[in-house]
Design a protein around this ligand. Sequence first.
Ligand SMILES: Nc1ncnc2c1ncn2[C@@H]1O[C@H](COP(=O)(O)OP(=O)(O)OP(=O)(O)O)[C@@H](O)[C@H]1O
Length: 338
Amino acid sequence: MKVIEVKDLAKTYYTPFGSIEAVKGISFEVEEGEIFGFLGPNGAGKSTTIMMLTTLLGPTRGTAKILGYDIVHQPNEVRRVIGYVSQDLTVDDTLTGWENMYLQGRFYHLPKDVIKQRSEELLKLLRLYERAKDKAETYSGGMRKRLDIAMGLIHRPKILFLDEPTLGLDVQTRQDIWEYVQKIRKENGMTIFLTTHYMEEADSLCDRIAIIDKGEIKALDTPRRLKDSIGGDLISLRISNDSPEQISQFLEKVKNLEQVKNITSQDGRYTIVASNAEKLIPVIFSIAYESNINISSITMKKPSLYDVYLAYTGREFRDEEGSKEDAMRIRRLVRRTR
Ligand SMILES: Nc1ncnc2c1ncn2[C@@H]1O[C@H](COP(=O)(O)OP(=O)(O)OP(=O)(O)O)[C@@H](O)[C@H]1O
């Protein structure tokens, strides 16, 4: 069953300095029980999309349905069936874990006994139960994020939206959060929609991934199939010759080999996409020898999501402006979690 249906969804921000087309008419569907990831660099349009789907922001164009409810015309129904954990923590530091859970439960008008029972369940699931009587200000950053997720689950949402759930957390805590997200899905049969700019997070956690760049979905599939879509292994090589003519003749010969699918170059590095790369490397060396080409380095690897991103967007997964914004956001989170 499709629980999220998005059709031609778009958002343009109008600012005194001009308009920004943050999301440019995207369409996709999410099946019940999936962990669905939105992967893209800073500024790609991930938060804008999640905010539209959680009814916090009106779209400029297009529609989306959450469990059949329209995000524009039935926002209250949508809010009842979803949980949303934003990038910013909603935890109140001056309250204990229990109190934070209680407050959240009251927002949803849940009876006291239900809040107590669900809080106990969730605090145990997210390994916070032992510290639930302590004030949140004594928690680590990872514990606060876990409490935030527990709070987002108190009304038993059918779909949980997580915006960059592990932003600014260390590697170990990040992996803990992944484990909890998988546990939540398993134990509650929930659908999870998350945004991330961490490749390994999307790879190990998501059933399917949409790669988003500059407000557009560039590719959407399972991590395995996305990687397979590259069409083979990747051989990366550097050449120390100076003559462009010599190099292009060499590359032409390599390109004509049956196993070679594609060759791209970036910053003086040539990337060859090929099947059976192990067997191809000696052949490349012998062509280089015949063509008087000096290979200064050569490596071989299976494609990663990073390579998929590169192949679909034609550029590196970085954004100078975005990384500044990201650093600021992490600093803000760190300050708050102190
Ligand atoms: N309130 C706003 N007003 C104007 N422009 C905005 C606003 N919010 C976001 N933008 C712009 O819209 C684009 C998409 O931003 P968005 O926050 O959705 O991206 P993102 O992929 O979630 O990145 P990040 O992880 O940095 O939040 C960016 O160019 C951003 O600067």
